[in-house]
Design a protein around this ligand. Structure first.
Ligand SMILES: [Zn+2]
Length: 457
């Protein structure tokens, strides 16, 4: 009898113990620790790769960055041997137009953060929230919502403003909707830009600019934080007001300006780069856009590597024929665009030499621009323009984080978010090595690109 009671008590306490510890497991999950052992580390700060790195990741953050054998591996850590590989911070696409299908593609190509610069406000905010909460596997997303343009706006889902009051109201409405920053577009004049920047400053919203009616120097001095596509630079370099006039129509503006680069003399390019660098504005050159538009008549680009990740129904990337119809561009136009490329490259080089900040952006998923992949193409073009591979990597990591005021991103250091990419080769020797990805980590979660690809193939 006594034994039975005791046995019952014992079973009871055991069950109680199991229940309590099971409960504890849910409330206090065990630390999730990963040790990446032996890779060369490019940490995003701009320095040379550090050999034999040991990176300890604890619960989605970087706990320790040191050398192998400097400290013992914490007990219970998942150990990943990455000897012979190179680790870079998770890539940041500083100019994107994110579509839902593309979410996984960004991750597969190592892009763990995107700076979205226009979409219908409701659509992009919903997508941002879904990705940031983790209900869609995709990069961390920041967004401008709908861009703010003059009237009539170039795109139907943009916000058009005609007066200073409307410009201020558009800023207020975007702030209430919950955007992370603002994007102004080509028809915004200096008279509209001033009140818009004043209102944005009160609400602490940075303003990114794709310029047309306003030249780059005026916009940078007025306080925009970034200039997209190097827009407004030709006008600033020439002082020729006909460029602003051409931007009454988006297509005429783009075509005129894109051809205008070729006519710039190298002294004017250097002077403009130095003057712009003094304003501290960040340039997001999107060389890959200029390159693709200058070769839009080449059908091979629709079959280049990377395109296999783009679904057949992804109109935004694949609709080259309709763009050709809309623009009416012919062989002579493409030849003129190609002549401009060397001046654009010179501007990037001079901007870097003057100490200006350059961030890498792709403009995907616009025509021929592949979400994720085209950021690697941009890095390659930045190197061709005169950046070192390490500078190109900084442009695609640290500079993007600085532009987003996202202090915990863009670098591999203690306390930062564990967003990183493990490469099979060494991009400091050859920038193309950024495309050869072994694994991607976002918020400390390991993702193998091949297994991700299997979910959409
Ligand atoms: Zn864009």
């Amino acid at each position: 009898m006594r034994d039975r009671t005791s046995a019952r008590w014992h079973v009871g306490t055991t069950i109680l113990f199991l229940l309590v510890t099971a409960g504890c497991d849910r409330v206090f999950p065990k630390d999730h620790i990963i040790a990446l052992e032996g890779a060369a580390l490019i940490d995003g700060a701009g320095g040379a790769p550090k050999p034999d790195a040991l990176i300890i990741i604890r619960n989605g953050h970087i706990a320790t960055v040191t050398r192998v054998n400097e400290i013992p591996i914490p007990k219970g850590a998942e150990r990943i041997n990455v000897v012979g590989k190179t680790i870079i911070p998770g890539l940041i696409d500083a100019h994107a137009h994110v579509e839902r299908w593309a979410a996984g593609r960004y991750i597969a190509w190592g892009v763990t953060t995107v700076r979205d610069l226009h979409g219908g406000t409701d659509t992009v905010l919903a997508l941002r929230n879904a990705m940031n909460l983790g209900s869609i596997t995709g990069p961390r997303m920041f967004t401008a919502g709908a861009m703010i343009d003059g009237v009539p706006p170039t795109y139907a889902n943009a916000t058009g403003v005609a007066t200073a009051d409307q410009a201020r109201r558009a800023v207020d409405q975007h702030a209430v909707a919950g955007v992370d920053y603002l994007k102004v577009y080509t028809k915004i004049t200096p008279a509209l830009l001033r009140p818009l920047l004043d209102e944005a400053d009160k609400l602490r919203l940075p303003v990114a600019a794709h310029l047309g009616r306003t030249d780059a120097l005026s916009a940078a001095r007025a306080g925009v934080v970034s200039i997209e596509h190097m827009s407004g630079v030709v006008q600033a370099a020439t002082g020729d007001p006909s460029y602003a006039v051409a931007h009454n129509s988006f297509l005429a503006g783009w075509t005129t300006e894109e051809k205008g680069w070729a006519g710039l003399d190298s002294g004017a390019v250097a002077r403009t780069a130095r003057a712009l660098a003094q304003t501290k504005v960040t340039i997001v050159p999107t060389l890959v856009v200029h390159e693709m538009l200058s070769r839009l008549d080449n059908p091979i680009l629709l079959a280049r590597p990377g395109m296999e990740d783009v679904p057949n129904n992804a109109e935004s990337v694949r609709s080259v024929p309709s763009l050709l119809r809309r623009t009416g561009w012919r062989a002579g136009d493409f030849a003129a665009f190609r002549r401009s490329r060397q001046r654009q490259d010179q501007f990037v080089r001079e901007y870097k030499r003057a100490g200006g900040a350059i961030a890498a952006g792709s403009d995907a998923a616009n025509q021929l621009l592949i979400p994720g992949y085209s950021l690697h193409e941009e890095m390659t073009l930045l190197v061709a323009a005169g950046l070192t591979p390490l500078e190109a990597i900084t442009a695609a990591t640290r500079r993007g984080a600085q532009l987003l005021h996202a202090d915990s991103l863009g670098m591999i250091a203690q306390g930062k978010v564990a967003d990183l990419v493990v490469l099979n080769g060494n991009p400091a020797e050859n920038i193309a090595a950024t495309r050869n990805i072994a694994l991607v980590m976002i918020r400390g979660r390991v993702i193998r690109p091949d297994s991700l690809r299997a979910t959409w193939k």
